[in-house]
Write a protein that binds this ligand. Sequence first.
Ligand code: DQA
Length: 141
Amino acid sequence: MVLNGPNLNLLGSREPAIYGRDTLDDIAVRLEEQAATLGLELDIRQSNHEGHLVDWLHEAGARGALAVLLNAGALTHTSIAILDAIKGINVPVIEVHLSNPHTREEFRHTSFVARAAKGTIAGFGAASYRLALDAAAALRQ
Ligand code: DQA
């Protein structure tokens, strides 16, 4: 599963100097192509609502997903509910960011997602998603 949080629906026009010009659909198309070559099935979603992300993490757990790629957007820095959801499922979560939050404002330096994530890929623009999908594929035995 590839879960995207608040404001990521605006990719392409949102602060392009930070997040680039690719839309979430552009990223999704490339991820689907990559998934096909890796033999993986993707379910890519975006919501601006914290509870949807919590529900979808539970769904990933119930479905026994191989992994979740999670870009929780600003909820990364605030959401204990998302942290608890990650802890509550038995699915590795790979934290993804287009930007590198550690080089940005102080309030982005805390990640509740990172506390329970298998690992984090950040700072490579849209390529962060590609690298994260490769990381997910590497989790297969
Ligand atoms: C982001 C980084 C977050 O700090 C920010 O709130 C976002 C996007 C990223 O992908 O770089 O919405 O998660």
